[in-house]
Design a protein around this ligand. Structure first.
Ligand code: AMP
Ligand code: MG
Length: 328
């Protein structure tokens, strides 16, 4: 009897110590709100917050002291390991995605006012002028320096949160955290499983009411990046202009897609693809998904259809039946 009592006491102590281990850290970086929830060492959350802040400091296009700001104004500069690694990987993805992702889009993004929030519809002549500077082939990397040609300027906004999600895995490993749900402003890292070993449930925002969810994905050890027209936009004369730009035309994308979520173990890939598949439009995006199997996706169209990868069929749950699931 005494032995049983001791075992029960030990179990209660163990369970209460696990419950006390839940941590939650919030911060603002990369122009968005981030929240990290996990089970384990308190210091891990502070390190995650430091990591996103220092990435933001390096990659910001507006902070005059950032590495990318210096690169964009000087045209050539040595860069830190993180900036260099992200630029190299992004350039490969720009090529693979046929230029629908282009990290030299900044001159056009600036024209539409998305950088200083002075939103405007620029005359076509201004867009065409800015477009001349947009081409990822104008970026060259030599040793640890990057050089820009023909007035190119870099904007890593389409991939930075995915890179932060990738970097978070190492920090959590170092602190032996095996259960975490990290929200990098819409890019989610679901690390391990919930403490009870069930999968994490990640909500997919309803583009028509982005504070609510249209469905959930159950997953373990995945990153989920979403690009949505609802994230940043302005309206002018009854038309909506979103922050995702088609690098061919220089105009904000206005096609059949409302949002794209990409799921894989690779954050930069997810983030790059969510932006690029949005640019490709529904038929181009579905074709790309069929031809490439290293990720899953959920594409939501403006006419309330949801296209999901076959392999997600069992892990996606619809919670808003005004949407209709189309299985490819
Ligand atoms: P995301 O929210 O990941 O889709 O990234 C959108 C951000 O990336 C925008 O706010 C721009 O700064 C930048 N961007 C917009 N269009 C593109 C594009 N076609 N390729 C690369 N970056 C882009
Ligand atoms: Mg992206």
């Amino acid at each position: 009897m005494r032995k049983l009592l001791l075992i029960v006491t030990a179990l209660v102590l163990l369970l209460t110590s696990c419950a006390a281990d839940k941590q939650s850290v919030s911060t603002e970086a990369m122009d968005t709100f981030m929240k990290f929830e996990y089970y384990g060492d308190e210091k891990a959350g502070d390190e995650l917050a430091d990591m996103v802040k220092s990435l933001d400091k390096a990659l910001s296009v507006t902070d005059k002291n950032s590495e990318i700001f210096r690169l964009n104004s000087d045209g050539s500069t040595p860069l830190s390991k993180d900036s260099l690694r992200l630029i190299k990987r992004s350039l490969e993805l720009c090529e693979k995605l046929g230029g629908t992702l282009d990290i030299t889009i900044l001159p056009v993004v600036e024209k539409w006012g998305f950088i200083n929030q002075n939103y405007r519809v620029p005359p076509k002549s201004e867009i065409d002028e800015a477009l001349k500077k947009v081409n990822y082939n104008n970026v060259s990397v030599y040793n640890s320096s990057v050089t820009l040609k023909n007035g190119a300027k870099i904007d890593l906004g389409a991939v930075a949160k995915g890179y932060a999600a990738d970097k978070s895995k190492q920090i959590l490993r170092e602190h032996r955290v095996s259960s975490a749900i990290l929200n990098f402003g819409g890019t989610i890292a679901a690390v391990g499983s919930k403490p009870d070993n069930s999968p994490w449930r990640v909500g997919i925002a309803d583009p028509e009411n982005p504070s609510g969810y249209l469905g959930f994905i159950s997953c373990r050890d995945k990153i989920i990046a979403t690009s949505g027209g609802y994230e940043r936009y302005f309206d002018n004369n009854g038309r909506r202009f979103i922050h995702i730009i088609d690098p061919k035309s220089g105009y904000p994308v206005d096609n059949d897609i409302a949002s794209v979520s990409v799921i894989s173990g690779d954050g930069v890939l997810c983030d790059a693809l969510s932006t690029a598949l949005f640019v490709k439009g529904l038929s181009g995006a579905l074709r790309y998904c069929r031809d490439n199997e290293d990720f899953d996706c959920v594409i939501v169209t403006k006419d309330k259809k949801i296209y999901i990868s076959d392999s997600l069929a069992d892990s996606f749950t619809l919670s808003d039946d005004s949407y209709k699931i189309i299985k490819e």
